[in-house]
Design a protein around this ligand. Structure first.
Ligand code: C2E
Ligand code: CA
Ligand code: CA
Length: 539
C-alpha cells in the first residue's frame, strides 16, 4: 500500500477521536510512524537510484565499465593497497628508505595512436567497431579481478590489483607488452587490414599514489612521455614534471600562432665546396610572436613537440617551402629545398604520401626536395622510420642525416642508413682548426661517408679558412654564415646574384641544379676543374 495513503488514514483516525488526553499519545505514535515512513521512502529512493547508477556506470558502446564506474571500482580496490612501511637497517630489515614488499596495484591508461584519422577517414561507424574490437582484445589478455574500463573516446584503463610490490615493474612491463601485442595483430576494417598502435602510461600504487585521481594523473603524464619518446609504454617517474601554467599558456599561444599565420620560414643556402655553386636552401622555421617579435626555433620547438603540434608544423613548413621553391625555379634558379622532419613525424608511414601530394600540388620534382632527419629517428621505432624513408627515396626525394656527430648514432646504423647525405654537426667543426685530433675525426668521417656513398655536408662554416680546409679534406658541401645567414624567401634570388660575383661564378652557373642522376654522389669532383679554386679563393 502506498505510504501516503497510510499517512492520510492515520490522520483521519486521530482527528475522529475526541479525548484530548489521548491526543498526545496519538501524536507520539504519529511521529514514530512518520519516522518509519520516511526511512521506507528513502530506502526505496536509494534502491531506484542505485539501479539508475548501474546503468550509467556501463559504457554503451563496448559494454565495459565507463569512467564513472571505473573511479568507484578503482577506489574500492585501492583501499586494499596499504601504505608501504619503510624499514631501517637497525631493524634488521632492508637499508634505510628501502621499502618492504607488500601488495600493490598498477593502473594502465591505453591510448590508440591516430584514432582520429581512422574515425575521420573511414567514418564513425568503423571507428566504433574498432573500439569494440579493441575492448575485446584488451579484455582477452586481462586477468580475473582486473578492472577494465573505457574512460574516454579512445582511452582505456586497466587496474591490476594484488601485485607483489617488488615485482610490480616487471608485472606491468609484461602486461603492457601483452596488450600491445594483442592490439598489434591487424584489425580488418572496411575490407582493409589495419594495424593498430597504442601508447600506454602506467602508474603504480602505492608508490605513485593511492588515490585513483592521483594515479590517473600520473599515468597520463607517463602516457604523454610514451607519446613523446615513441616508446610503446612508460611507467610514471616522479621526474616527469607537470607543465607549469606558463608553459601551458605558451602552448596555447603556439597553437593559435600555428593556425593564425605567425609561423614564417627563412632559407639558408648550401653550396658545393669546390665550385661554390649553390645546391639548395634549407627551410628554417621562425615564430613571429605578436608581442615579443621573431623567436628562434630552439625557444619553441620543444613546446611544439610536447603539445603534439609537430605534424601540423611539418605540414605547414613542407607546403610553404615547396611553394617558395617553385617560385625560385620559375625565376630561373634550379634550387632544391631541405625541410627538417622530426622523429615524431618520420615514424608515421603516411608522411611519404603527404610529401607526394605536396610535391604534386607545388609542381616541384621530388629530386628538388631533401628531408633532413636526426639520429633519434633511427633510434626509436627504427623500422617505422626506415619504411617512411624508403618510400620517400623510392619517389626520388633525398634524405639527409642532420646534426651528425652530436648524438650516439652507431656506425652500424650508418651502414644501412636510407640516406643520401650526412650533415656534420657544427659543434664537431668548431675545434678542427685548433685541435688536430678533432681534425682527424672529421677527415675520417668524410672518408667513411664517401665509402658509404653518402655526400658530406659541413654545417656552421663561418670562415674562409675552414672552407679551404674542408676542400682539402674532400668534403662535398658547406652551409654556414660564411655563405649566408638564413634569408627570407624573397631575398633568395637577389642573394644568388651577390654570391655569384663573390665566388667569381657566371650567373648561369650559380646554381647546381637538381634532378641529375641520383647515383652521382660527388658533383664536387665533376665541377672541380670547371671552376678551379673558386671557393677556397673567396675573400
Ligand atoms: P639545424 O637543422 O641544424 O639548422 C641549422 C641551424 O644552425 C640554424 O639555426 C641556423 O641558423 C644555424 N646556423 C647556420 N649556419 C650557422 C653558422 O655558421 N654559425 C652558427 N653559429 N649557426 C649557424 P636555427 O634556424 O635557429 O634552427 C635551429 C634548429 O631548429 C635547427 O637546427 C633544426 O634542428 C630546428 N629547426 C629549424 N626549423 C625547423 C623546422 O621547420 N622543423 C623542425 N623539425 N626543426 C626545425
Ligand atoms: Ca637541419
Ligand atoms: Ca644541423
Amino acid at each position: 500500500m502506498p505510504v501516503g495513503a497510510i499517512m492520510a488514514g492515520l490522520l483521519i483516525w486521530i482527528m475522529s477521536r475526541r479525548e484530548a488526553a489521548t491526543w498526545i499519545v496519538d501524536l507520539l505514535w504519529l511521529s514514530i510512524i512518520f519516522t518509519i515512513a520516511r526511512t521506507v521512502l528513502r530506502t526505496r529512493a536509494r534502491r531506484a537510484g542505485h539501479a539508475d547508477g548501474e546503468f550509467t556506470r556501463i559504457d554503451d558502446l563496448t559494454g565495459l565499465t565507463n569512467r564513472r564506474g571505473f573511479l568507484e571500482e578503482a577506489a574500492r580496490l585501492l583501499t586494499t593497497v596499504p601504505e608501504r612501511p619503510t624499514v631501517g637497517a637497525e631493524d634488521g630489515g632492508p637499508p634505510p628508505g628501502r621499502r618492504v614488499s607488500g601488495p600493490a596495484a598498477a593502473l594502465m591508461v591505453i591510448d590508440i595512436d591516430r584514432f582520429g584519422e581512422i574515425n575521420g577517414g573511414l567514418g564513425h561507424e568503423y571507428g566504433d567497431r574498432l573500439l569494440v574490437a579493441v575492448s575485446r582484445r584488451i579484455s582477452a589478455v586481462g586477468q580475473p579481478g582486473d578492472i577494465l574500463a573505457r574512460i574516454g573516446g579512445d582511452e582505456f584503463a586497466v587496474l591490476v590489483g594484488g601485485i607483489d610490490a617488488d615485482r610490480a615493474q616487471a608485472v606491468v612491463d609484461d602486461a603492457a607488452v601483452r596488450v600491445r601485442d594483442a592490439l598489434g595483430i591487424p584489425f580488418v576494417l572496411a575490407g582493409m587490414r589495419a594495424p593498430l598502435e597504442v601508447k600506454i602510461g602506467i602508474a603504480l600504487a602505492p608508490d605513485h599514489g593511492r588515490d585513483v585521481g592521483e594515479l590517473l594523473g600520473n599515468a597520463a603524464l607517463a602516457l604523454r612521455e610514451a607519446k613523446k619518446s615513441h616508446a610503446g609504454h612508460r611507467v610514471y617517474d616522479p621526474g616527469l614534471v607537470r607543465p607549469s601554467p606558463a608553459r601551458l599558456r605558451l602552448r596555447t599561444e603556439l597553437r593559435t600562432g600555428l593556425r593564425g599565420g605567425q609561423i614564417e620560414l627563412r632559407y639558408q643556402p648550401k653550396a658545393d665546396l669546390r665550385s661554390g655553386r649553390v645546391t639548395g636552401m634549407e627551410a628554417l622555421v621562425r615564430w613571429r610572436h605578436p608581442v615579443d617579435g621573431v623567436r628562434s626555433p630552439d625557444l619553441f620547438l620543444p613546446d611544439m613537440e610536447a603539445a603534439g603540434l609537430m605534424p601540423a608544423l611539418t605540414t605547414l613548413v613542407l607546403q610553404t617551402a615547396l611553394e617558395e621553391c617553385a617560385r625560385w625555379r620559375a625565376g630561373g634558379a634550379q634550387l632544391s629545398v631541405s625541410v627538417n622532419v622530426p622523429a615524431s613525424v618520420i615514424v608515421d608511414s603516411g608522411f611519404a604520401f603527404e610529401v607526394r601530394d605536396a610535391l604534386g600540388k607545388a609542381g616541384v620534382p621530388p629530386t628538388a626536395l631533401c628531408v633532413e632527419i636526426t639520429e633519434d629517428s633511427l633510434m626509436t621505432r627504427r623500422e617505422h622510420a626506415q619504411r617512411t624513408l624508403g618510400r620517400l627515396r623510392a619517389q626520388g626525394v633525398r634524405v639527409s642525416l642532420d646534426d651528425y656527430g652530436s648524438g650516439y648514432c652507431s656506425l652500424a646504423y650508418l651502414r644501412d642508413l636510407p640516406a643520401d647525405e650526412l650533415k656534420l654537426d657544427r659543434a664537431f667543426l668548431r675545434e678542427v682548426e685548433r685541435d688536430s685530433a678533432a681534425a682527424e675525426i672529421v677527415r675520417s668521417t668524410i672518408a667513411l661517408a664517401h665509402t658509404l656513398r653518402l655526400r658530406m655536408v659541413a654545417e656552421g662554416v663561418e670562415t674562409v679558412s675552414l672552407w679551404a680546409l674542408l676542400v682539402t679534406w674532400g668534403c662535398d658541401e658547406a652551409q654556414g654564415y660564411f655563405l649566408s645567414r638564413p634569408l627570407r624567401g624573397d631575398q633568395v634570388l637577389p642573394w644568388l646574384g651577390q654570391w655569384a660575383s663573390r665566388a667569381g661564378l657566371s650567373p648561369s652557373m650559380i646554381t647546381m641544379g637538381v634532378g641529375g642522376p641520383a647515383g652521382v654522389r660527388h658533383p664536387a669532383a665533376r665541377h672541380a676543374s670547371a671552376v678551379p679554386a673558386a671557393a677556397p679563393g673567396l675573400r
